[in-house]
Unconditional design. Structure first.
Length: 111
């Protein structure tokens, strides 16, 4: 059994955040993934990737986002394809960063 990195969030705090804040926090981990990948630090990249997927999974379990499941699952799929797959979607680090940055900004504005 693996230990959850974000146990305090999984215990309920995550589900009190808006979707924008959830995706903004995921974006912080995505940023760490991208920076570690660019630096060639595989261990750090994998660690950030695991944390990122954990937050994604918490978001997918949030019942408030049922109508957004398709989008959320697709974004997770694109990220997994970029980091661990063949990058069939031809994503770039800039694409991923741009997507999540919008949510971080909206989350800070309280939206």
């Amino acid at each position: 059994m693996t230990t959850m990195q974000h146990q305090d969030l999984a215990d309920g705090r995550w589900f009190r955040l808006s979707l924008a804040l959830q995706l903004g926090n995921i974006g912080s981990e995505v940023s760490r993934v991208l920076k570690a990948r660019a630096a060639g630090n595989e261990e750090r990249m994998q660690s950030a990737f695991v944390r990122c997927l954990e937050l994604f999974d918490l978001t997918l379990c949030d019942p408030r986002h049922r109508e957004r499941l398709r989008e959320l699952c697709r974004v997770r799929e694109v990220l997994c394809d970029f980091v661990a797959g063949d990058n069939q979607y031809a994503s770039t680090p800039q694409d991923l960063d741009r997507y999540f940055t919008c949510f971080a900004i909206a989350g800070r504005r309280g939206q």
